[in-house]
Design a protein around this ligand. Structure first.
Ligand SMILES: Nc1ncnc2c1ncn2[C@@H]1O[C@H](COP(=O)(O)OP(=O)(O)OP(=O)(O)O)[C@@H](O)[C@H]1O
Length: 837
């Protein structure tokens, strides 16, 4: 029987294969002869099949049953389990493997909806075959293991392959994997079920396909999920468990993904629409008082002293000291802190005030501090404390508003899935933090809160508290965002937490946070994130002379933010809450955009905005820049084969530069232009921060990705001028100004024409005409303000300044001295922050 046509599903461990190969030297030599060198993966597979044949024939001949058990590691390729990838009995394993890989690749590509996926998918076919091969051949170590080849699930359960001690013990995986598959399917369905069609403002408008629905359907899963205590680790290639483990674990982890999803029950949730939402949003919100009967969260935690004392009290109650974590994570009572924060003081975070109007500052108990930009959630009233450290510098009070009234154009594929798979997170994948987590997992089976030592509280947000935490024994620092499930559920914030988590799971970008793990207990939901020690841009701006950045510095920061937004848009995420407070500064001075709980997830389809001219003069084409040695354009897909695009050209620097520009300009024209921006996304949610709200949000016209370009304009304005352009004495005035006041530039500081021109383009009130509304970030990148900027290498650019640790908002130590400083802090009894613990 030819190996290539074999339908046998049994393979051997490598030792077995080797021994079998020895039994059949002919087959081995033929392999070598064919390749003439080391066998390729395909050859390996062929060898595998040959071994299968041998094994089959050897069965019953020379080996006893027990011997077979000891040596064999059978894999069952179940056609039923492989549903979706088209594997049938008559298809060979090799074909099945290929099919699986291709299926995975296309699934990834479809789900991620990124052009870049094509590259990885190309790689992944061979890679996945090899992984599967390795799993089959290497992983069993003589154990009898049955593995079903199943397509990677798109449900969240496979986002966090988790190590499980059970996977290492001899076991039959068949039933386990069956169960896992069933659960995975259940999870996926649940995930899809969470997607709800919400009516948009106008009747007959498109229905929401994604974002809000969880609120209606998750309650059923809540209970089960809350009973589960588990850890989901986002693995990188360096830390990814074996496919066997991953597959086996899926079934055991399924519940964890419903942990955060529940809450938003039909009775509430961020998307649980207020009855007036649609009608109220149809006209400017500040004219509609009935709309304003909302809870409003307000940052009234301005006094650092009171903040400290209150926090101290709360945190003393909380007492999440490492010692308390050692045995039982449930002792780590964040919930208590949340509740205390919630009910107690104006200085604590998450303090809620029921108010009648979000803009009626005359209401008792709702005196808005207009010198601050408080984050508002229209459906709720939650105070948000800024960190004590921030108050040293004119504490920010920009508050985000989040009313999810309705949204449209939300993607059916908005339930993220394979995009977070370990092999698809190359950025930072080699970082020691991944390795440290992997080691802990290896040693303890999973990662839990008791593996972290809390060093200090970094800050509080609407939905949780962020701690600086050290992975015990690893000297690695993480930012641990801890959310209390009950709190989230009672405040109908589960949806926001889930949104944030799901977005974080997708990200793999130098200017966006890396999520290392999600730890879910029955009480808590914790995000283990990359720690960013440099404070935020709001604090950094306050430290500048004139409280504004120089133009080159502002250009640097906005350029990095632009790249982050571009990436988010390509993933179908409209950020919606851009402001300096949400931009953290890394140790190396580059930025990290955080805070995704108000983001909108929607569909994004690559759109051809300009095709190459079909009747283009061929002679012109021949003499096009691509035929020239100076072509460096990244989209130069079809360079003239005769001339290398990268042949050096001897020109003076000036001439070279001029020629390059003209070449690029000439070249970009005829090339097709694709835009991957969620330009058609529509939401009627009232989200954002007053001073940053786009006019279309305020007017309730429905908004899309263009809101990010509006906020981008405000952001640039603020960095350059030290204030936002439409800020009024009251929030109501601010909203009115945004809608009706024309843009004016202050006389000082002096800002270049290009900068002002860019701001002007971004702050066009009509989103249709706004810069970036058609071609997205690409359009903005081409603005002369960014001329000369090397976008591809901006990561290597020297930042305007490096964070001065200890002076900063987070008071965080540098990476070089993280451990030492952490110990110092821990030992310092008079250290204020550490009295909190
Ligand atoms: N990865 C991080 N590294 C360092 N500090 C962080 C990190 N993430 C958050 N912080 C700090 O913790 C604070 C709280 O963050 P968090 O994201 O919970 O709330 P937020 O940004 O204020 O927004 P929201 O209320 O919408 O959640 C931030 O203001 C920031 O100072």
């Amino acid at each position: 029987m030819e190996a290539s046509t074999s339908t046998c599903e049994i393979v051997e461990s490598r030792d077995d294969i080797n021994s079998e190969f020895k039994m059949n030297e002919k087959s081995e030599s033929s392999c070598s002869q064919k390749s003439g060198k080391k066998c390729s993966i395909e050859d390996d597979i062929n060898r595998l099949f040959q071994a299968i044949d041998i094994k089959n024939s050897a069965r019953g001949l020379s080996m006893s049953r027990s011997q077979k058990s000891a040596l064999k590691r059978p894999i069952i390729v179940s056609s039923s389990q492989a549903s979706g990838i088209g594997i049938s009995e008559s298809v060979s394993l090799k074909q099945a493997l290929r099919g699986l890989c291709i299926s995975q690749a296309s699934e990834m590509a479809a789900l991620k909806r990124l052009s870049k996926a094509s590259t990885s998918s190309r790689v992944s076919e061979a890679g996945t075959i090899k992984k599967l091969y390795t799993a089959v051949v290497d992983e069993g170590k003589g154990n009898l293991v049955e593995i079903s080849l199943v397509p990677e699930t798109s449900g969240p359960s496979d986002k966090f392959p988790r190590e499980d001690t059970s996977s290492s013990s001899p076991c039959h995986f068949n039933s386990l994997v069956d169960a896992a598959n069933r659960k995975a399917m259940t999870t996926r369905s649940a995930s899809r079920d969470q997607i709800v069609h919400l009516p948009s403002k106008g009747e007959g408008e498109k229905l929401s396909k994604g974002i809000g629905k969880r609120t209606l359907e998750n309650s059923s899963t809540a209970k089960a999920s809350e009973e589960v205590r588990e850890v989901n680790t986002v693995s990188t290639s360096s830390s990814k468990p074996s496919p066997i483990t991953s597959i086996a674990n899926k079934g055991q982890e399924v519940k964890s993904y419903t942990a955060a999803s529940p809450s938003c029950s039909s009775t509430g949730g961020a998307v649980d629409k207020p009855t007036c939402s649609n009608t109220c949003l149809a006209k400017p919100i500040f004219w509609n008082k009935s709309f304003l009967k909302k809870k409003v969260k307000q940052d009234i935690c301005s006094a650092s002293s009171s903040s400290t004392s209150c926090s101290r009290k709360v945190d003393n109650d909380l007492d999440p000291s490492p010692s308390n974590l050692d045995k039982d994570t449930d002792k780590f009572d964040f919930k208590h802190e949340m509740k205390e924060n919630d009910k107690l003081s104006p200085c604590s975070s998450n303090h809620s005030i029921e108010v009648n109007s979000i803009v009626d500052s005359s209401k008792p108990g709702f005196s808005l501090n207009y010198s601050k930009r408080t984050k508002f959630l229209v459906t709720k009233t939650d105070e948000k404390s800024r960190s004590k450290e921030k108050s040293e510098f004119s504490q920010s009070s920009k508050s985000s508003i989040g009313e999810y009234s309705s949204s449209t154009s939300v993607s059916e594929e908005s339930n993220i899935s394979g995009s977070t798979r370990s092999g698809h997170r190359p950025h930072m994948s080699k970082h020691l933090r991944w390795e440290a987590i992997r080691i802990v997992q290896q040693q303890h089976g999973n990662l839990s809160l008791r593996h972290f030592k809390l060093l200090r509280r970094l800050g509080c947000g609407d939905i949780g508290t962020v701690y600086l935490a050290e992975l015990i024994g690893a000297s690695c620092l993480f930012a641990l965002k801890v959310m209390d499930n009950e709190f989230l559920a009672s405040r109908k914030k589960m949806f926001r937490a889930q949104t944030e988590r799901e977005i974080l799971q997708m990200l793999d970008h130098p200017f966006l946070p890396t999520l290392y793990a999600h730890i879910a207990t029955d009480k808590l939901s914790c995000l283990v994130m990359e720690y960013c020690p440099g404070g935020d841009l709001h604090v950094l701006r306050q430290r500048q002379t004139c409280r504004s950045f120089s133009e080159p510095a502002a250009r640097f920061y906005v350029a990095e933010v632009l790249l982050a937004l571009e990436y988010l848009h390509m993933l179908g995420v409209v950020y919606r809450d851009l402001k300096p407070e949400n931009i953290l500064v890394r140790e190396d001075g580059h930025i990290m955009l955080t805070d995704f709980d108000l983001s909108l997830r929607c569909s994004v389809n690559p759109t051809l905005v300009k095709s190459s001219s079909p009747d283009e003069d061929p002679t012109k084409k021949m003499s096009s820049p691509c035929a020239d040695a100076s072509c460096i354009h990244p989209f130069c897909l079809q360079p003239n084969w005769q001339v290398s695009c990268f042949t050096p050209i001897l020109l003076s620097a000036g001439a070279k530069s001029r020629k390059m520009k003209s070449d690029i300009a000439a070249q970009v024209g005829p090339l097709p232009q694709l835009v991957v921006e969620p330009t058609s996304a529509r939401s009627n949610s009232f989200v954002g921060t007053y001073e940053y709200l786009a006019p279309e949000i305020i007017k309730g016209d429905g908004h899309g990705s263009a809101v990010d370009w509006w906020t981008f304009g405000i952001f640039l304005f603020e960095l350059l001028y030290g204030k936002t352009p439409f800020k009024g004495p009251t929030n109501e005035d601010t909203l009115a100004n945004v809608v009706s006041q024309s843009l004016k530039f202050p006389n000082a500081p002096l800002v270049s024409f290009h900068a002002r021109d860019l701001i002007r383009g971004l702050l066009i009130k009509d989103p249709e005409n706004r810069l970036g509304s058609v071609k997205g970030a690409a359009e903005i990148k081409q603005h002369p303000f960014f001329e000369g900027l090397n976008w591809a290498l901006i990561r290597c650019a020297v930042p305007p300044e490096l964070p001065k640790f200890r002076d900063f908002g987070t008071g965080a130590p540098s990476l070089a001295s993280q451990k030492e400083n952490a110990n110092d802090l821990e030992d310092a009894e008079d250290c204020e922050e550490f009295e909190l613990f």
